[in-house]
Structures are given as C-alpha cells and as structure tokens.
Design a protein around this ligand. Structure first.
Ligand code: NAP
Length: 289
C-alpha cells in the first residue's frame, strides 16, 4: 500500500485508530481526521512508533460542524494529490436528551450520517482521481433495531431516544453506501460494515441504559484489534475493491435488514441529505460513463 493515501475519521481511538495504524503499517500514508488535538497527537505517536515511516498526518475536524468539515476537506484537497481510501469510521451515541450540531441537525444523524455524506462529497474528486478508489462506511448491526422513519430522521416528532437515533443513523450508513455505490463510476467502490461488539470507548460517556449495558458487556466484547479486522479487510483485500454496495460482517458480505436494502429508502435519504446540506452530489448523469 506504499503509494496509497488513506483518510480515516475518528482515527484517535478504538476501531479507527487500529485501522489507521494497520494501514500505516502496510506502508500507506494516513491522514487522521480527529476532533481533539491532544488525543490525536497521542494516537499519531503510537502509530509512528510501529509503522516504519513518517507519513502520518492529522487534520482536525469536529464532524458536528459542516463549516469544520469544509475546512478539513479543503486542507486535504490542497495538500494531497489523491485519496485512495476514505474510511468513514467516526461515530457517536448520545444520552436520551436531544442535542444538535452547530448547524442545528440532530447530533447523531448529523455526525453519523450527514458528516460522512458531506465529507465524501467534498473529497470525491480526489477519490475519483485514483486508479481504484474505496469508500468504507462503518455501520452496525444496531441498524436492525431502528424505528426508521424518513419523515422524522432527526427525531423532531417522536420522543427522543439516544439508542434509537443511533440505530437509525447506522441504517443510514448502509443506505448511503448502497446509493453511493450505484452512482459512483466503476473504478470506485463503497461498502459498509459491522465491526462486531467492540470493547472500545464507544458509549463511554452515555449514562442511559445503553451506556450501562456497554460497561457490563465489556468483558464479553471483542478487542479493538479484532473490531478493526473487517475495515482492514475491505481496505486491503481484492474483494474490498471488487464488491460494492454491500454490507460486511466478520469479513463476509451479509444481508442487512429490509429497510436497509430498500432502493426507495436509499434514494430518498440521498435527496433529503442533499437538501439539508444544500449540496448536489453525484447526479445520475455524472456517474454514467
Ligand atoms: N464499539 C462497538 O461495539 C461498535 C459496534 C458497531 C459499530 N461501531 C461503530 O464503530 C465506529 C467506531 O467506534 P469505536 O467503537 O471505535 O468507538 P470510539 O473509540 O468511541 O471511537 C469513535 C471515534 O469517533 C470520533 N468522533 C465522535 N464524534 C465525533 C465528532 N463530532 N467529530 C469528530 N470525531 C468524532 C471519536 O473522537 P473522540 O475520541 O474525540 O470522541 C472517536 O475517535 C463508530 O462509527 C461506531 O458507530 C462500534
């Protein structure tokens, strides 16, 4: 992977850090997109200690701000000739009190879905500039528990529940991947994945039932190394560059639930996301060779 440039979001901890480290160890230049400078620097030092080269960079971004996403993408577009791989890994779950991003989007939908949607759009020309591009979206089996409602993606009408919002955002990751794969030209693929139940920091600050359940389940969960395996598989295997629009778990393509397999849902979510972000992104015409 020596000539590859890989952008990984949420690369300062958990699955994202292991993914960034393993890609760097294989020789790739890694751009770590992180929101906390101190944590990012510490993670970078850890990666540099083992990767055998110095091509590891940090770009700071809070994915809860479209303005910061624009600035981060601008930095990448200015400083790198191409992006071979974009791993949309960062994600969060909130408490049961509805909160919003800088732009007023419901936090979980904003960070887990709209942010990767926007980032992908802003970096797309750099991905298209590669011989073989790869966009990997870290979703979750939690999508199966979503009460998915395209008319209330931001929980404005329903009683807010952090876990439900999370499940819905992870379903969005699969729908986004599905629609994206159909609009991309054939030299760029996109797949989604479930990393497993991973003993990372995920949900650490959440005091709801989910947070407590995560703490109790920790001894039975898999390591961050194991949790990053499917991301790394998609980033490095031949199947990761030939399969597209699929959802993987344990390094195998599996079927997501019915709502995540719906072309109607995928197209509608795309249109809604474009409208919310006021962007136009890979129109059908552009994708046609
Ligand atoms: N752990 C599991 O069991 C599990 C299961 C299924 C799916 N997943 C998915 O796996 C992905 C990685 O999670 P993980 O388990 O590795 O958890 P983690 O250790 O908590 O990592 C999450 C990463 O996302 C970053 N992040 C969160 N909000 C952000 C924001 N507003 N702007 C920029 N970065 C932000 C975090 O940055 P900070 O360190 O600054 O907070 C952190 O680097 C997530 O998408 C999650 O949904 C995890």
């Amino acid at each position: 992977m020596k000539d590859k440039i890989c952008v990984v979001t949420g690369a300062n901890s958990g699955i994202g850090k292991v993914t960034a480290r393993e890609l760097a160890k294989r020789g790739a230049q890694v751009v770590m997109l992180c929101r906390n400078e101190e944590k990012a620097e510490r993670a970078k030092e850890d990666i540099l200690r083992v990767c055998g080269h110095s091509r590891v960079d940090i770009v700071l971004v809070d994915l809860a701000s479209t303005q910061q996403i624009h600035s981060a993408a601008e930095r990448i577009n200015e400083n790198y000739p191409k992006v071979d791989m974009l791993v949309n890994n960062a994600g969060l779950i909130t408490n049961n009190t509805r909160s919003t991003t800088d732009d007023g989007f419901e936090m979980t939908f904003g960070v887990n879905h709209l942010a990767p949607f926007l980032l992908t759009q802003l970096l797309l020309n750099k991905v298209l500039a590669t011989d073989r591009g790869n966009i990997i979206n870290v979703s979750s089996e939690a999508h199966r528990f979503a009460s998915f409602d395209l008319t209330d993606l931001q929980y404005e009408k329903r009683k807010y529940n952090g876990l439900k919002a999370y499940c819905s955002s992870k379903l969005c990751n699969i729908l986004f991947t599905r629609e994206l794969s159909q609009r991309l030209p054939s030299h760029v693929v996109s797949n989604a994945l479930h990393p497993g139940a991973v003993a990372s920091n995920f949900g650490g600050g959440v005091s709801s039932f989910f947070g407590i359940a995560m703490q109790l389940a920790r001894p039975f969960m898999i390591s961050e190394e194991k949790g990053a395996e499917t991301s790394i598989y998609l980033a490095t295997s031949e199947e990761g560059f030939t399969a597209t629009g699929r959802y993987f778990s344990e390094k195998k393509a599996v079927s997501p639930n019915k709502e995540a397999s719906s072309s109607y849902n995928a197209k509608r979510l795309w249109e809604i996301s474009e409208a919310l972000l006021n962007i136009q992104f890979l129109t059908q015409q552009m994708a046609t060779p």
